[in-house]
Write a protein that binds this ligand. Structure first.
Ligand code: NAD
Length: 285
């Protein structure tokens, strides 16, 4: 199937990742539809993007015209019927069924050559593809947090993904001034597979009373990591990080060394997801 020129990008989910991806896409000159079911989340996303752009303007990185131009490119909506574009990037909850369900709804309002991209951190692209009507149109497009700052984007090629779509995503990511890396569809892809022990081992250390949260972060940062594991998990969202750990663990056959952490589960059960709920391993104003 022909690859259409990408002009309009629909970003589904306006949370931590979706709002960042919307900002990146608008900054690169694309028209953006930012969709979320939750009105309060949409409002928070528009405020977050405005604040980020204000900071860039203060630093002289963008002009007043560019600031306004980027904001004008983003339409915020809670209506699925507005979600029409040449490319759809979903960044909703890390649950396979939710993603499949959303893609199947989006397919009904888009043409069959629309590219469907998932920002999933860990769910198999083949598993999502098996639930949708146009599996060859699906690709993984894994941005990192915070999306406006992080350069890497993993592009995941599923068994059925049209290779021309993978190439089109390589060009798209480059047009966003980011670094595309094509990955196989394996559990956690590359970064989340390698990073799992960083989070898990830190939590085992604290759970066993051999170190505390602040001390572990301090030591790892002094050792050269940009963020300690607990600060990073709070930024990612404990709910997302726990889902990713669980999916990678299950998909690898439940090895003991990658078992998800009970102390993370306890925080989630208390509704403490990190920065986004203002409480996680740390408290935020
Ligand atoms: N948080 C990270 O650091 C990170 C990094 C890379 C990738 N990801 C991936 O990105 C995706 C989103 O993660 P996040 O951290 O932004 O989550 P989040 O919880 O911050 O945001 C998810 C948003 O999706 C919305 N949503 C849920 N169901 C929806 C639906 N059916 N239609 C429209 N909106 C819906 C929710 O209202 C919420 O605002 C996940 O797949 C995650 O694995 C997260």
């Amino acid at each position: 199937m022909e690859i259409r020129k990408i002009e309009r990008i629909v970003v589904c989910g306006a949370g931590t990742m979706g709002s960042g991806i919307a900002q990146v896409a608008a900054t690169a000159g694309y028209q953006v539809v930012q969709f979320d079911l939750n009105e309060a989340v949409l409002l928070a996303a528009s405020q977050r993007i405005r604040k980020n752009l204000e900071k860039l303007q203060e630093k002289g990185k963008i002009t007043q015209e560019e600031f306004q131009g980027i904001l004008n490119k983003i339409q915020f909506t809670n209506q699925l019927t507005d979600c029409k574009g040449e490319l759809i990037i979903e960044a909703i909850i890390e649950k396979k069924e939710a993603k499949i369900n959303l893609f199947n709804q989006l397919i009904t309002v888009n043409s069959p050559d629309t590219i469907l991209a998932s920002n999933t951190s860990s769910i198999s692209i083949d598993a999502i593809a098996s639930g949708i009507d146009i599996p060859a149109q699906l690709v993984g497009l894994h941005f990192f947090n915070p999306a406006p700052l992080m350069k890497l984007v993993e592009i995941i090629q599923g068994k059925e993904t049209n290779p021309a779509i993978v190439q089109s995503m390589v060009s798209l990511v480059a047009s966003m001034q980011k670094k595309p890396v094509i990955c196989k569809d394996s559990p956690g892809f590359i970064v989340n597979r390698v990073a799992r022990p960083y989070y898990l081992e830190s939590m085992y250390l604290v759970q066993s009373g051999q170190a505390n949260v602040e001390q572990t972060d301090k030591v790892l940062e002094a050792a050269g990591f940009k963020m300690g594991p607990f600060k990073l998990m709070d930024l990612i969202g404990l709910d997302i990080n726990y889902s990713v750990s669980t999916i990678v663990w299950e998909d690898l056959g439940k090895p003991e060394r990658l078992k998800p952490s009970i102390i993370q589960k306890e925080k989630i059960d208390l509704g403490q997801y990190g920065v986004k709920t203002k409480k996680g391993f740390y408290d935020y104003e």
